[in-house]
Design a protein around this ligand. Structure first.
Ligand SMILES: [Zn+2]
Length: 189
């Protein structure tokens, strides 16, 4: 790699980081409580087999997703609870229909459940996107007993084989009404 290549990669990385930072709202005059030096936000995606289905993965891989729904999520609840950690579990609305008991257990343990699309994809058609958002908000509210505020959409990053870099698309994440948290999922083509 030449110095020019490296400089170009640094420019691209900096601009991708700046684009991401533009989505953050900074809290003015924030002070930490006495003795606290860092805040850590524990989150995980409870997708079960939905993403694997979108990617047309074979049955053995789908079974791994089912394992997550039947066993893995319960182990995570135990793990978080054993350490007194409160987490945010991002989950697609469809999971409320497939694994309602697991999600109720998440909520009963004091964790937050949050919007992670309806079936792990953002439809291109605005009317269908609206429908998915509404269905997911309703499904999560039914499980949690209150409306959720966080949202994480999967954004496919463009992967450049020549530079080995991921770059974010220039479009903003979905419907601004529900977006308080947006994360990117890197998907290599
Ligand atoms: Zn996910």
């Amino acid at each position: 790699m030449t110095t020019i290549d490296l400089d170009q990669q640094l420019v691209e990385l900096r601009s991708a980081a700046d684009a991401y930072a533009a989505r953050h709202q900074f809290i003015p005059d924030l002070t930490w409580p006495e003795g606290v030096r860092i805040a850590v936000n524990f989150t995980c995606d409870f997708d079960a087999m939905l993403l694997r289905r979108l990617l047309n993965e074979p049955p053995m891989q789908l079974a791994k997703g089912e394992f997550g729904g039947r066993v893995g999520i319960w182990r995570l609840i135990e793990l978080f609870d054993a350490h007194g950690v409160k987490a945010t579990i991002f989950t697609p609305g469809r999971i409320c229909e497939l694994y309602p008991e697991a999600l109720r257990a998440v909520v009963e343990s004091g964790h937050e459940i949050a919007d992670h699309m309806w079936e792990h994809r953002v439809p291109k058609e605005p009317a269908l996107e609206e429908d998915h958002l509404a269905k997911t908000v309703t499904a999560l509210e039914r499980i949690a007993g209150r409306r959720q505020s966080a949202h994480a959409a999967a954004i496919a990053l463009r992967y450049s084989g020549s530079t080995g870099l991921f770059t974010a698309p220039s479009t903003q994440p979905t419907n601004g009404r529900t977006t308080s948290t947006a994360r990117a999922v890197a998907m290599a083509s």
